[in-house]
Design a protein. Structure first.
Length: 141
């Protein structure tokens, strides 16, 4: 009876592992990363930069949630490594690598948000009128 329970627990743990290692869970960039970059490239006004900063902060929050999930998973692997047999070390190493990637992505997103907040603050303090910052004024048309 005890071995059956252990086998069931191991099977459930493996199912959870496979679900967490799916391609959607492994990506360290949020789903809208391309849209954020496009918005950042076309940001001109103070409100544009503030909106982009908010998008970067939201992406960082998403990544922090994923990071916390991976840290819990790593703790589970470390506490219950006997459930995973020979794969325990591989699972731990893989999860540690994911954690490093998520931490790096969070830092980059927060840095980008800070940069866009600074640009927005400079545009707010700038004596140039809002009309001069329109796309037509910038392109010289």
């Amino acid at each position: 009876m005890k071995t059956n329970l252990a086998n069931i627990m191991a099977a459930l743990s493996m199912a959870g592992l496979l679900a967490s290692l799916s391609p959607f869970a492994v990506a360290s960039q949020p789903v809208g990363a391309a849209e954020i970059r496009a918005a950042a490239e076309s940001a001109i006004t103070q409100s544009d930069h503030e909106a982009v900063a908010k998008q970067y902060e939201d992406a960082a929050t998403e990544l922090q949630a994923k990071l916390a999930e991976k840290m819990e998973l790593l703790e589970h692997y470390e506490d219950k490594s006997y459930l995973f047999g020979r794969q325990a070390q591989d699972l731990k190493s893989h999860t540690q690598a994911l954690i490093r990637n998520y931490e790096k992505a969070v830092r980059k997103n927060l840095q980008a948000a800070t940069m866009h907040r600074q640009i927005a603050a400079r545009l707010k303090d700038s004596p140039v009128s809002a009309e001069a910052r329109t796309p037509d004024a910038l392109s010289g048309l």
